[in-house]
Design a protein around this ligand. Sequence first.
Ligand SMILES: Nc1ncnc2c1ncn2[C@@H]1O[C@H](COP(=O)(O)OP(=O)(O)OP(=O)(O)O)[C@@H](O)[C@H]1O
Length: 632
Amino acid sequence: MPSLALSDHKHKKEDKKMKNKLALKNPETDKKVKKLKDPKVKEDENDLEVKKSKKKRKASELQLEEDERSETSSEIVQPVDVKVKVKVKVTEKKKKKNKEKLEKDDEDEGKSEDPNLVSRFRISEAVRKKLKSKGIESLFPIQALTFDVILDGTDLVGRARTGQGKTLAFVLPILESLTNGTVKASRKNGYGRAPSVLVLLPTRELAKQVFEDFEVYGEVVGLTSCCLYGGAPYHTQEMKMKKGVDIVIGTPGRIKDHIERGNIHLGSLKFRVLDEADEMLRMGFVDDVELILGKVKDASKVQTLLFSATLPDWVKGIAARFLKTSKKTVDLVGKEKMKASTSVKHIVLPCSKSARSQLIPDIIRCYSSSGRTIIFTETKDSASELAGLLPGSRALHGDIQQAQREVTLNGFRSGKFMTLVATNVAARGLDINDVQLIIQCEPPRDVEAYIHRSGRTGRAGNTGVAVMLYDPKRSSISKIERESGVKFEHISAPQPVDVAKSAGVEAAKIIAEVSDSVIPAFKSIAQELLETSGLSAEDLLAKALAKAAGYSEIKSRSLLTSMENHVTLLLEAGKPIYTLSFVFGVLKRFLPEEKVHSVQGLTLTADGMGAVFDVAEDDVGTFLAGIFSFHD
Ligand SMILES: Nc1ncnc2c1ncn2[C@@H]1O[C@H](COP(=O)(O)OP(=O)(O)OP(=O)(O)O)[C@@H](O)[C@H]1O
């Protein structure tokens, strides 16, 4: 970082040297980007290696046995060619059989050790098959630990980190309970039946997602579900309720409306579920939730379940009021310091508001692994504004019409576009395949929001990256860090040259895929260009690659505010500085007023002996010249 020594004349020479090194080097970025390859992945690879080598060992032992056998055999059959062939055939068949046996043994070995195998739980055959078709053969810990508790009729508070499968933790035992468990006999059947299950969730999108799980697994055991949320027409929802459903899933406001209109009767209710309870109550649904829960006349006959990745103390009060005293709590986070997802790499990066739209595309290029990205903003307006500035992205927030919200979310899920800019409406519960990167434009107001937003990646055992931007002048990350237990990795903005390199790799792949048939058409122009440009073939090709990657030039970016064409300068005072106005005063002594006002992101250094600030690249000379004249 170019530095301006304020009081120490001895450093003048070094300062002059530094003048020649104005471009900011950022060795950290390179290192960090590389480091981002999750060590866990490596561990998994190692595990795989161990397994592979075990397999290889077993295979080679078998191979040895076989080789010995076939050698002996071939001695016997050698004189007759046909027999050799037959023998070889037999050997190959055996080899195949052995290989299959080996694979099966390996599989069985792994399976029989797994205490959470689906087959070990009281899950009906039809649901088991459905789970298998979805690739689920084993329950996740929160599911395994709560299954029997719920199926046996106990109220439950369940907590596990984001993406750990809390939805199926209540879906599976509820379905079993209704079809094979204690509740089966008293459950209402037939046309016009009142629901047996009521699930309340904070957002429409989440309600729909949970509804889909109930639909998929409920269908195979003959249970029907219905999703009720605002912004959708009442009539269709009413018709469904009239026909009768077993499970109702929805947001509190719309459910309350239906209750008041007489469309839902809770007299047959066996289960009520509060998913993401803290968010529901925080969003101001507390009266609606209380009203709905209060509609259940005999609460002793209803089982109540409460799930979330975050359970602030005040939610425990609600649990105490609405769950039976015999309730159980399964808390997989508990007193552990780290409350956020452990399969996510948590990163912070200083960035001023004005630099966001320039910086975000580069963060996406460097950290999204070509997967999906969700960007969180604090307000609906900034979500719309940012989506407008980022090509190929769409906004999702509460002011967007429900139909459009659904189109947007479907488009994001199906990969029509890869970047979603959202408010907290997308923070909770949403489970979208291949979200590799979360960007939070500023630190959220509460730690729960941080935990849930960053938890949209790194789900179901996958890894992901969560980058939180902060303006050092306006916001602090220490509260989030302290309360979430996350140890953030601090990085500076990806430098344009690094971003360009990764874009170049992509461009090279694209060029390699171009058919050779284009060569004749372009060859003579290429030759002419080579002769006239005065560049080597490599340099010329590098320029072509840059253009293919969308680059005509590479701009520099400051470390402090991440602004393009700005450089961060360090002013060393050689003595403690207590206020920013002191720094401004010093700058004013050797620089014109308008230049002093143009500095960005002025901040005191951690040791209090200096200050850092950004200046336009074109002004660096003026600043350095100013400080030298000041010393002279
Ligand atoms: N036993 C399992 N085996 C494999 N995948 C599973 C299993 N259970 C759930 N999943 C998958 O894990 C993902 C995350 O599940 P889910 O959305 O229920 O997490 P969650 O704990 O509710 O997260 P959040 O706190 O963010 O709402 C989903 O894609 C789900 O299909």
